[in-house]
Design a protein around this ligand. Structure first.
Ligand code: SF4
Length: 234
């Protein structure tokens, strides 16, 4: 069923949460995108970041790009790639996918990262979340990256009623005014890491309670007892 939340309310909530998160630390891939505007760095650091802490992703991305800054240079690392990225979770699978992706970038795109969602989704290990992140933070183009925080908070607020992040993205594209698309991920990731956490959301610190379905429909005694769903959203 399509969402009945008015666009004005969505804008209002996003402005409230933006204000609340203004002193929080940016997610690491956003930080890399902001600092470098390098699409290749955004793509690779996003691939490294899946199920890995931001701090580790930041350190390992910096170490990797010091040694290899282009798809050709990453392919030239050989087995050293695994050694460098070892601290990130699932490093063997990630090394394999990064190598496969670099081969395609060299062969098909002359060493560059392609700039459309469709082309990005054809790369190994690149799902809608990663592809949208590259579009937004690498190319500065319109997209809505939906990770576990965006998926969870959109459902709690009652903006969508979805089981899967890809479906959440499709629904958000219909209801969120376009001027908010590129900032939505940053706001919800920071809010989800600090306030609207998977377990024990800090509703007592939330300035958006009156707009939140979860808050309005959960008895006060069990407000902090939501169980998290652990999933990877590439
Ligand atoms: S009221 Fe609680 S569940 Fe709702 S958005 Fe705020 S922190 Fe999240």
């Amino acid at each position: 069923m399509p969402s009945t939340i008015p666009q004005e309310e969505i804008s209002r909530v996003l402005m409230i949460l933006k204000k609340k998160t203004k002193n929080f630390e940016n997610p690491i891939v956003t930080e890399i995108g902001n600092k470098t505007s390098n699409q290749f760095h955004v793509l690779i650091s996003c691939m490294l970041s899946l199920r890995t802490r931001d701090e580790t992703t930041g350190k390992i991305s910096a170490k990797l790009f010091e040694k290899a800054n282009t798809p050709e240079e990453i392919l030239g690392l050989g087995k050293d790639l695994e050694k460098i990225i070892r601290p990130v979770n699932y490093y063997k699978t990630k090394a394999k996918r990064i190598r496969e992706t670099c081969k395609i970038l060299v062969k098909k795109y002359n060493g560059k990262v392609p700039g459309t969602l469709e082309e990005l989704l054809d790369l190994p290990g690149v799902g809608r979340k990663t592809a949208n992140i590259v579009i937004v933070y690498g190319f500065n183009k319109m997209g809505i990256p939906v990770d576990t925080h965006v998926h969870r908070i959109s459902n709690r607020l009652g903006w969508v009623n979805t089981k899967l992040p890809d479906k959440t993205e499709m629904e958000l594209r219909k209801i969120v005014p376009k001027r908010h698309w590129m900032s939505l991920n940053d706001i919800f990731v920071m809010y989800g890491q600090n306030i609207c956490r998977p377990v024990n959301p800090k509703c007592d610190l939330c300035p958006a309670t009156k707009y939140c379905s979860y808050y309005k429909n959960t008895p006060s005694t069990s407000k902090n007892r939501l169980k998290p769903k652990l999933t990877i959203h590439p």
